[in-house]
Design a protein. Structure first.
Length: 288
């Protein structure tokens, strides 16, 4: 499978920030189209060494992403969930989660997504998020953002787009609180944080994985929390939520994709949520 060479990122100016944005949006759709071939089709499931599930769709989508990135940006580094890192010399790094929400995927639930983050490496060796894409192929919609370019909700019709903005809800008792799995709080000894937020928020739901952050970025929910997180889960979220007017980062209020935990909020509730989370330090290391 190859991309249409008429797209602007194949021009002689194809190494720009804008070129990578256009490429990332298209790549997410291509990876999503591949996963849809296996969705709700009784695909065989394997367990990785850490006990998490993986399918031919996960591996196939990441292989596709790596192949197309190598063709368009051969000097860029690539980090993905399923395969070994590829080093680069350009200072740009692509981070791929071919299927975020594999458990939803294998049960035929349409809340899984394809995640792409593009970062620049700082002189200190930290990743600086620049581009993020969340594509929900079974729902035919998603959200993307570029640093300084705003956040945008996108749909199957590529001509249809609209600004993505967080809500202006400024009270916890009016907020929708989301998480992927409430039991995950117990796994890190932070069940108290979940209990307090559940009591204080208007509504709690487990509309989780990247779908939850999509809902926050588009103003449909106010809080999304994951007690533990890998960098490929987090990679698109910092840019998307920042550009949408919200916050993504660690439980202590630091904007980062490398904190091994995830918190996404609208702008108005960040301080209230972080204040609660700081009261519950991690006391356990999750086994998965």
């Amino acid at each position: 499978m190859t991309l249409n060479p008429s797209f602007p990122y194949f021009s002689t100016k194809g190494l720009t920030m804008e070129a990578r944005c256009e490429f990332a949006k298209r790549l997410a759709r291509e990876m999503g189209a591949l996963t849809l071939k296996y969705f709700d089709a009784g695909v065989r499931v394997e367990n990785k060494q850490d006990g998490t599930p993986v399918t031919i769709a996960d591996r196939g989508a990441e292989e596709l992403g790596r192949k197309l990135i190598a063709e368009a940006f051969p000097n860029d580094a690539v980090l993905g969930e399923e395969f070994e890192d590829k080093t680069g010399t350009s200072g740009w790094q692509w981070i791929l989660d071919p299927i975020d929400g594999t458990k939803s995927f294998i049960h035929g639930v349409p809340f899984y997504s394809n995640l792409i983050g593009v970062c620049k490496s700082s002189p200190e060796g930290k990743l600086e998020p620049m581009i993020g894409v969340v594509w929900l192929p079974a729902l035919a919609r998603g959200v993307w953002a570029g640093d300084g370019m705003g956040a945008w909700e996108i749909f199957a019709d590529e001509t249809k787009t609209r600004p993505a903005r967080v809500s202006d809800v400024d009270r916890l008792d009016k907020a929708l609180f989301l998480t992927t799995d409430c039991y995950d709080f117990d796994l890190v000894g932070r069940e108290g944080a979940y209990d307090e937020l559940e009591v204080k928020c208007r509504l709690t739901r487990t509309w989780g994985d990247a779908y939850g952050y999509y809902l926050v970025a588009t103003g449909r929910a106010e809080i999304m929390i994951d007690p533990f997180f890998e960098v490929w889960d987090a990679a698109p979220m910092a840019t998307i939520l920042h550009e949408a007017g919200g916050y993504f980062g660690s439980w202590n209020g630091e904007e980062t994709i490398e904190g091994r935990e995830g918190v996404g909020t609208n702008g108005a509730l960040k301080e209230s949520v972080v204040e609660i989370l700081k009261r519950y330090p991690k006391t356990k290391i999750p086994r998965r």
